[in-house]
Ligand binder design. Structure first.
Ligand code: GLC
Ligand code: MG
Length: 557
């Protein structure tokens, strides 16, 4: 008897990534279960019902691995375990099974570019040039000596401190490269053993049952093999930008093998037996925007990796100016091109994350509400950063509480990493301990899950409605995208269609009201403007308030 069919993923398992909504959890900040003021895995488990109610399809967890926390877990000391601060491997297995019971996929963060300096690979590598791990990191001789002082191999800078990316090690009389924190030595990806070791890490977690990966800082995986200097940036302005911006990073990042290496990783996701359950991988790479066509930069990933199981984050919601003209052009060209690659190709959109100022702080509450309508009606995979569904804003952190190493060279990321706001209770219900690892927002009593759940028109209820409509609609999850009426510079509209089901999203990005004439009649099912209710009649036009976004449902033909 043929048993092949058993190997195939069950129908409802297929393509879960397409159209899905994924919730990013920063484990330190989501829910503390043991009163140490730091979030943990049992905390996450205790909040899964909230995520179920929100109707998200999955979570992405930022790192939880053993780590000295120089970069709060993005400095991994062991890829196959859990830091005691967050719990144990048993806790993680419990999280997986509890999430899966609720039909929630679990995506974990993989940090392939660097380890912690406390990883055993690095300790061995550093110890001697004879060690098995000698070539696992990027070691270089000094360029020369000034007196008896070694000179770094080139001018590359680290992204956090904006100082030399090279650190001298006495034992080896050599420098190692750290593109990020000095305690995050870069792995040597040109070494096949390194690549194999990271692939083994993916296999380890897939064996446990994880559904996918978010792959960190991929643009650093391939560098100029000749290690030439980065050119000086003639436009550097210390008032904006960080010291890292003194150079143009044309040699230290984004060399072509980035895609080759990522393709190797994506191939692991379809190895037997992992291909029995569909897996998905999203890569973090902010594309170069100076003098380059952004869309072709994204396409390099789609062409480079197996696009059935992997896609790059689309960061337009972070990088692109919020202008209707700009966005219309992007959506038309990008989705036009993507659809020519096939129906399964996924666009993972993130409008915020643990490295970016919160949406509300970037745009104000009104526009942030309008953006949620845009975000949750786009094709592909939509990533929500925890707390954005409450309209959480950046919290200004007094100097003595600053934690992020990125705060040294420029703007820190603590403001967007403050504890989740659950209720009016102690520490916003995040912890029993008032001393939370980062301070809470002062206004948490007004903006939290408990209060907003009961409040008509709250951010939370807007998100809930949007996610719920998306989940019930083939058009919003899987439909085609067509950019509509380009009559006004500040109006952006596009429709999503699947068979006869059709929706149109309209955003007024102007600070003045605007009348929008529908191309086809329909009911307004969602409005981002406070106090505006869904309509019961089929309308032909609608007067949008400043910064209002609406979702129109057209009657089925
Ligand atoms: C990625 C992460 C960021 C981290 C860096 C180094 O950009 O999102 O938080 O600091 O990589 O791992
Ligand atoms: Mg804790």
């Amino acid at each position: 008897m043929k048993r092949l069919s058993l190997r195939r993923p069950a129908k409802n398992q297929q393509k879960w990534a397409q159209g899905s909504v994924i919730y990013q959890i920063y484990p330190r900040s989501f829910q503390d279960s043991d009163g140490d003021g730091v979030g943990d895995i049992q905390g996450i488990i205790s909040r899964l019902d909230y995520l179920k109610e929100l109707k998200v399809n999955g979570v992405w967890l930022s790192p939880f691995y053993p780590s000295p926390m120089a970069d709060f877990g993005y400095d991994v000391a062991d890829y196959c375990d859990i830091d005691p601060l967050f719990g144990t491997l048993e806790d993680f297995k419990q999280l997986l099974s509890e999430a899966h019971k609720r039909d929630i996929k679990v995506i974990i963060d993989i940090v392939p570019n660097h380890t912690s300096d406390e990883h055993k690979w690095f300790k061995e590598s550093k110890r001697s040039r004879e060690s098995k791990y000698s070539d696992w990191y990027v070691w270089k001789d000094p360029k020369g000596y000034r007196g008896d002082k070694p000179i770094p191999p080139n001018n590359w800078l680290d992204l956090f401190a904006g100082q030399s990316a090279w650190e001298w090690v006495e034992e080896r009389q050599q420098y190692y490269l750290h593109s990020f924190h000095v305690r995050q030595p870069d792995l040597n990806w040109s070494n096949p053993s390194v690549r194999e070791a990271i692939k083994e890490v993916l296999r380890f977690w897939m064996r446990l049952g994880v559904d996918g990966f978010r792959v960190d800082a991929v643009i650093f995986l391939d560098k100029d093999p000749q290690f030439r200097d980065d050119p000086i940036n003639p436009h550097y302005n210390p008032k904006h930008g960080t010291t890292y911006d003194k150079l143009i990073h044309s040699n230290s990042v984004y060399w072509p093998k980035v895609y080759t290496y990522l393709n190797e990783l994506s191939a692991v996701l379809i190895e037997k037996p992992f291909n029995r359950q569909p897996k998905f991988m999203v890569t973090e790479g902010y594309v170069q925007r100076d003098n380059t066509d952004v869309i072709s930069e994204y396409l390099k990933y789609y062409h480079g990796m197996n696009s059935q199981v992997a896609a790059p984050f689309i960061f337009e919601g972070i990088e692109r100016p919020l202008s209707a003209r700009d966005w219309r052009a992007f959506l038309r060209d990008f989705h036009g091109t993507l659809s020519s690659l096939g129906p399964d190709v996924v666009s993972p959109y993130a409008f915020g994350n643990h490295d970016q100022s919160r949406i509300v702080s970037r745009y104000g509450a009104e526009r942030a509400r309008a953006l949620s309508v845009l975000m949750l009606t786009l094709p592909g995979m939509i990533f929500i950063y925890y707390g954005d569904e409450l309209g959480m804003h950046d919290v200004s952190i007094p100097k003595e509480f600053i934690k992020d190493p990125g705060a040294v060279g420029g703007k820190g990321r603590d403001p967007e990493r403050t504890p989740m706001q659950w209720s009016e209770n102690t520490a916003a219900g995040f912890s029993d301990n008032e001393n939370t690892w980062l301070p809470l927002a002062h206004d948490f009593k007004a903006h939290n899950v408990e209060v907003e759940s009961k409040q008509e028109g709250s951010f939370l209820n807007l998100y809930k409605q949007l996610i719920s409509i998306r989940q019930s609609s083939m058009a919003l999850r899987l439909g085609t995208l067509r950019v509509e009426g380009e009559t006004d510079d500040h109006i952006m509209a596009y429709s999503r269609q699947y068979n006869t089901e059709r929706y149109t999203t309209v955003l007024n990005l102007d600070d003045k009201p605007k009348v929008y004439d529908f191309t086809e009649s329909g009911k307004v099912v969602i409005s981002s403007a406070l106090g505006n209710k869904p309509t019961t009649d089929n309308l032909h036009s609608y007067r949008l308030k400043p910064y209002e976004a609406i979702l129109i449902k057209h009657p089925n033909n």
